[in-house]
Design a protein around this ligand. Sequence first.
Ligand code: NVA
Length: 212
Amino acid sequence: ADVIMYRAFDWRTMKELAKHADVPVINGLDNMEHPCQIAADLMTVKEHRGRLKGLKLAWVGDGNNVCNSLLLATAMVGMDMSVATPKGYEPDAGVVKDARRLAKKNRTTITLTDDVEAAAKGADVLVTDTWVSMGEEAEKAKKETLFKDYQINKKLLSIADKKCVVLHCLPAHRGQEITDDVMDGPHSVVFDEAENRLHAQKAIMVRLLGKA
Ligand code: NVA
């Protein structure tokens, strides 16, 4: 193979593969990060909002792998990010530390809170994801109760910027982390986002294979 794309449960397995591989290893998702998703997400925001720098992105829900990668990426490209999670479900502390270092360098802000409305206020981009990630099935019932207010719905959207775009990496659980009216409404760009996975991942491969 010229390149390996790997989807792992445990980020340590990802690192181990990368350490021993003599070709590039693309992280196709692990329990710590989901970088390819975020390449597509930022591409989608840029297509719809015309820029990235200076925009505010708000994350609502679980402080999971997608949230971790967004924290690092938004700080890199000059976006502010607010994260609203229930207490105890914040993004990984090590990732937050790295993201804060990048944010300081690029003069962006990172806010962690359990207040959904405070996070969403004036947001240019609203993002959520499943409350229960792969491998967490045993926690399903507990999380579904605990997270019930961590939802992107019409009311939350009305607090965000008028031109706000809504992202979700899919598959979505309608009626849980996102409502039908938002998912199918004019602010939702989730299907462009899904299409852009293809284009963003082609770009990553071209770059890694030394053709760009
Ligand atoms: N956070 C989710 C992303 C799915 C694409 C998971 O890890 O299951």
